[in-house]
Design a protein around this ligand. Structure first.
Ligand SMILES: Cc1ncc(COP(=O)(O)O)c(C=O)c1O
Length: 335
């Protein structure tokens, strides 16, 4: 899970703006989250420990549902997953984006309906695909040409699995080079620029075991600006229009992924969800109208924006070492 760490205590105790909303100082000098003392958590469960405020996770889910009433909101489980989290996400009416058989099985064991899940992964193992099919996952997202025939073969004659194709729309966005997944030269998705996406779509359409319900893109993470999403949605609609021309097919769904930025330090900007919902919806409708396409049902996949601000990772400080101009604080949660 991505979350502010205890080292923040050393610099930012007077500014709790990036901590869970319920964080409060206690008379003994420690902090509480959701009314629970973090020092007590450390004593009882040892460290490192992840502490999530259930109320805030649920409130964040509701904010998404309110901002995107006509879209499917799928929580990206890679941000943080546990049985309790699965239950909260289910009860708040969100779907789930999983990227391994392990995440999928955990969610199903915790009672989440597989039909409301989407399976991602740039290198799905046969076990990932078999598990997804056996448990009845709602959508599998095709991420490379080699998995098209593999999924179709595992579905078998007479079966039919809903799939999306993950497209790289050529939009660079995200808080760091390593988490910008909207352009070529990284391992996820199929390029719009070099024609791989179009080629894969044609192959999927040729497989009777696969029902292509729509396209997907995830342009990056820690995006604080709405504009890259607008460029991406225009390009995705442009591709949908070309597919309609060449194959006579229109898609009922469009999944625009996640990547909604959160603040890790006081003062950092976050993505404005209300603005995203209004402008993304507007751009989707306008682009579809201009292209003569029906407006597909929108899906989004926020992960970090639901889990990270609602939680903290609690560590014990093992050593503090001033070296030149840098102060190193070693904690019991890594090197
Ligand atoms: C396909 C996909 N969807 C959604 C997400 C969630 O991104 P974030 O946690 O930044 O919202 C990711 C993150 O890597 C992803 O790969």
């Amino acid at each position: 899970m991505s979350a502010p760490v205890l080292t923040e205590l050393l610099t930012g105790l007077d500014d709790l703006s990036v901590w869970p909303a319920s964080t409060a100082p206690l008379p003994d000098g420690h902090l509480s989250v959701g009314g629970v003392s973090l020092a007590d958590v450390a004593d009882r469960f040892d460290t490192p420990a992840y502490v999530l405020d259930e109320d805030e996770v649920r409130a964040r889910c509701r904010t998404y549902r309110a901002a995107f009433p006509d879209a499917d909101v799928l929580y990206a489980a890679k941000a943080f997953l546990s049985r309790a989290m699965v239950r909260w996400i289910d009860e708040e009416g969100l779907g789930l984006d999983v990227c391994s058989a392990g995440e999928l099985e955990l969610a199903v064991m915790a009672g989440f309906p597989a039909a409301r899940m989407v399976l991602h992964g740039n290198a799905k193992s046969p076990r990932d695909i078999e598990t997804a099919l056996r448990l009845g996952v709602g959508r599998i997202v095709v991420d490379s040409p080699s998995e098209i025939a593999r999924i179709a073969a595992l579905v078998g004659p007479g079966g039919r699995q809903k799939v999306l194709v993950r497209v790289v729309p050529g939009v660079s966005a995200g808080g760091h080079e390593k988490i910008r997944t909207g352009t070529d030269g990284q391992k996820f998705g199929l390029s719009l620029t070099d024609g791989s996406a179009q080629h894969a779509i044609a192959r999927v359409l040729g497989q009777s075991q696969l029902e292509l319900t729509g396209l997907h893109c995830h342009i990056g993470s820690q995006i604080a600006d709405v504009k890259p999403y607008l460029v991406a949605v225009r390009r995705m609609v442009g591709l949908m229009a070309r597919i309609k021309e060449s194959h006579g097919v229109t898609f009922p769904e469009l999944d625009m992924g996640g990547g909604h930025g959160v603040a890790y330090r006081p003062g950092e900007s976050t993505l404005d969800l209300t603005a995203l919902a209004r402008r993304l919806g507007g751009e989707l409708s306008a682009s579809c109208a201009a292209a003569g396409l029906p407006v597909p049902r929108l899906a989004i996949e926020p992960g970090r924006a639901i889990a990270a601000p609602a939680g903290v990772a609690v560590y014990r400080v093992l050593a503090v070492k001033p070296t030149g101009s840098t102060m190193f604080v070693a904690v019991d949660g890594g090197m």
